[in-house]
Design a protein around this ligand. Structure first.
Ligand code: SF4
Length: 755
């Protein structure tokens, strides 16, 4: 091999298997990713990766990539279409739904996963151009309870500084596997090795993170709300709150203190399966700390009392005065906010199901229910991109039925997913490594970073980027023409300023050009960008917005200029840099300026939460029955799970089938050993899994991993399914009463040995 051998070249990109998006460098052999290593120059991850990144080729070169648009026939089979025909038919179908049923009857689902959020900007253009008001994505089954609470308390999103925190609390979260902050495992080990810092883990299972914890509270299934209430009760009872800080920085403190003073600490600790001494010990350790950062995740967000727990943990960090201090909780900037908090406290209601629409997202469990309801206002079409709701949402059978019920369903994806296999039209997208992409998840403080990726490969033949698909769709529907775009292209070629002036004038003349924002930017500014970067064009607008909102902090991050010039400088840096760039740099004193509450104080007074807290007195903890005595966590994150993005089962080096984990005592009482087959039955369905006797499990608690039960057919033909798809076992009505988030991590179940 010579030094000029292209297989020796390292290409900078990121890992897309979790929200951390660690910077990596990869080597290619033709279209194969043959080697992966951490990118030491990356601004956030600094060379760190976990083992998953090494296996990215299983995503990029999945044997089931789609390479032509597909149309479903009445018998359920598919034929290939050429792109022009497919785009024309999809455009006509969408306009037909609007014409027949009136605007607002198309449901948009998805718009990006862990590392491809530029897709969402093009989805937003389609929605705004066609008057699509119904949208949803996976956040509406995980994070809308948290968003509901954060909207009321802060008016924005907050995050902890785990690199610096004196005490880190992980609540229903196993960052060893689910990550969630840069260099996760290195930081966890650093905390564990430091006598002056502490880690508190609250989890039903003894996780890998729990093994590193100073305080591991192995809470009974369903007991998290009781435990959090008990910690708060102890804090108030022992007068351990930050009284002076609260007087200056919070409102509603008296109401919150009164509610927590009512908590029967000993009783709730017992119901949570934790001793009162442990509860009080943790409360005192938290109160002694200069800084506390808390991270909740799906273990509580998809379990009973999820919205209440989201409130209780934030009330805890607030009562400790741990907001806006180094190592504490803080709000942060976003290039593009993932949630819209403006409506918090005044959410619209879905006209079909009556559920609250939090952050503009229809609750996931409502989508199929609404479509199948027969209600005159129900959605009549589904437009799904970069998402697999048939597999990912509760009660897969209902979602499949809903897809057959609507007038038309369109899926844009890289492979033939479980959802694509039900769609009327499937449009094949270029992979995340074949176009410019990025994530909007970055939540760094005091410095926040963003990484724009350049393609490392050309789009697979027959596929198009979502930017190109949306652009062609908009043109096919007659929403925009090349004649509209040409003067804007000329202006963009001249300068950003010339483009801005021309676009404002054109949109005033033809508002559709404003509605189609991302598509217009792709077609104009996109053409001025380096090869392969056109899809990144919408970030010019986002850079302008960020610079307008935080000019000092954008300048502090290293950019020069005033007004539009500052946004242009940030955008140019994003486009040019493969190691990521700082986008804003704050001081800790700025944390309160980032709050979006009316008085820029933290609001503790949420009456709905006090009512649910009071109701715990008479609440059952386990919510199991004689028929379904076990609690099943349906969708645990493990070393080899990555939602549904990795479809080739050979990517897993361990736990090939995704075993059902259960305790030794439960295995003994069922008469099963590791490797035996066990039937799991819930109110929704039944499945057979391989058993794994595992001493990290509590008696009565069993778990299945997420991302299993995917079909894969490298040789074509009927796909082979590996493991159990968790949502064959979940129900639409098993969900949080406020946010509608499903309780996948707490599903009553029955187990039987299979001979
Ligand atoms: S931490 Fe996440 S982004 Fe980083 S290498 Fe692991 S899976 Fe990939």
């Amino acid at each position: 091999m010579s030094d000029t051998d292209p297989t020796l070249e390292w290409h900078k990109t990121v890992c897309i298997l979790c929200s951390n998006n660690c910077g990596v460098e990869v080597r290619l052999d033709e279209r194969q990713i043959t080697r992966v290593r951490g990118n030491k120059a990356h601004v956030a991850s600094k060379g760190y990766t976990c083992e998953k990144a090494l296996r990215l080729n299983h995503y990029q070169n999945a044997a089931t990539r789609i390479t032509a648009p597909m149309k479903r026939l009445d018998d359920g089979s598919y034929i290939e279409l050429d792109w022009d025909t497919a785009i024309a038919e999809v455009g006509e179908a969408l306009l037909g739904v609007n014409a027949t049923h009136g605007p607002g009857k198309i449901m948009y689902y998805g718009g990006g996963g862990q590392g491809n959020h530029l897709v969402g900007t093009y989805g937003a253009a389609l929605r705004s151009a066609l008057g699509i008001t119904r949208k949803s994505n996976a956040l509406a089954q995980e994070k809308t309870g948290e968003a509901w609470v954060e909207g009321r308390m802060y008016g924005t999103h907050t995050h902890g500084e785990f690199h610096e925190a004196e005490v880190s609390v992980f609540l229903g979260k196993n960052p060893w596997h689910s990550h969630g902050f840069d260099e996760t495992r290195r930081v966890l080990k650093e905390i564990a090795a430091d006598d002056d810092r502490s880690m508190v883990v609250i989890d039903v299972r003894r996780t890998e993170t729990a093994d590193l914890a100073d305080y591991f509270l192995q809470v009974a299934p369903g007991g998290d709300a009781f435990l959090m209430a008990a910690i708060l009760g102890a804090l108030v009872e022992e007068d351990l709150t930050a009284t002076e800080w609260l007087a200056e920085n919070a409102v509603g403190t008296e109401a919150a203190l009164a509610a927590f003073a009512e908590v029967p600490v000993a009783d709730y600790a017992e119901r949570a399966g934790i001793t009162e001494d442990e509860v009080r010990g943790v409360a005192r350790r938290l109160a002694r700390a200069k800084s506390v950062s808390i991270y909740e995740d799906l273990g509580i967000e998809m379990a009973p009392h999820s919205t209440l727990i989201s409130y209780l943990q934030r009330a805890l960090s607030t009562l400790l005065g741990s907001y806006g201090v180094e190592g504490g909780m803080t709000a942060h900037t976003s290039l593009v906010p993932v949630f819209n908090y403006r409506a918090s406290g005044n959410e619209p209601v879905d006209p079909v199901t009556g559920s609250a629409i939090i952050s503009g997202l229809v609750p996931c469990n409502d989508i199929a229910e609404g479509i199948l309801s027969g209600h005159p206002e129900r959605s009549r079409a589904l437009f799904i991109e970069s998402a697999n709701p048939v597999h990912s949402l509760a009660d897969s059978a209902s979602f499949r039925k809903a897809m057959r019920e609507v007038d038309v369903s369109v899926v844009i994806d890289v492979v033939m997913t479980e959802t694509a296999a039900e769609a009327d039209y499937v449009l094949p997208a270029a992979s995340q490594y074949e176009k410019a992409e990025m994530t909007f998840f970055s939540a760094g403080f005091p410095t926040n970073y963003s990484t724009m990726r350049a393609p490392i490969l050309d789009p697979l033949e027959g596929t198009l980027s979502e930017a190109e698909i949306h652009s062609r769709l908009a043109k096919a529907m007659g929403l925009v023409t090349d004649a509209d775009l040409e003067p804007l292209r000329v202006a963009a070629a001249e300068s950003y300023d010339a483009f801005a002036a021309a676009y404002m004038a054109a949109a005033a003349d033809k508002p559709m050009l404003g509605a189609l924002g991302a598509v217009v930017l792709y077609e104009t500014i996109g053409r001025t960008l380096p090869d392969g970067m056109a899809m990144a064009a919408p970030m010019w607008f986002s850079s302008q917005q960020l610079a307008m909102r935080y000019p000092e902090q954008v300048r502090a991050a290293g950019y020069d200029g005033e007004d539009a010039a500052l946004g242009n400088a940030l955008f140019d840096a994003l486009i040019a840099n493969r190691d990521g760039v700082p986008i804003t740099r704050h001081e800790h004193g700025d944390s309160f300026n980032l709050l979006r509450t009316p008085d820029q104080k933290i609001n503790l007074d949420i009456p709905e939460m006090f009512a649910e807290l009071a109701s715990l007195t008479t609440s059952d903890v386990r919510l199991t029955t004689d028929d379904f005595p076990f609690v099943l966590s349906a969708g645990e994150r493990r070393g080899f799970t990555a939602n549904t993005i990795m479809r080739d089962p050979s990517w897993r080096k361990k736990d090939a089938e995704g075993a059902l984990r259960l305790s030794e005592a439960d295995a003994a009482s069922l008469g099963v050993e590791s490797g035996d087959r066990v039937r799991i039955t819930t109110a929704a369905g039944s499945a057979v899994a391989v058993a794994e006797v595992n001493n990290t499990m509590q008696d009565g608690h069993v778990s299945l991993p997420n991302g299993m039960g995917l079909g894969y057919s490298p040789a074509g033909g009927e796909p082979e399914i590996t493991g159990v798809a968790p949502n064959e076992l979940t129900s639409l009505d098993w969900k949080d009463p406020i946010a509608g988030t499903p309780w996948h991590k707490h599903v009553p179940a029955k187990l039987e040995p299979v001979g």
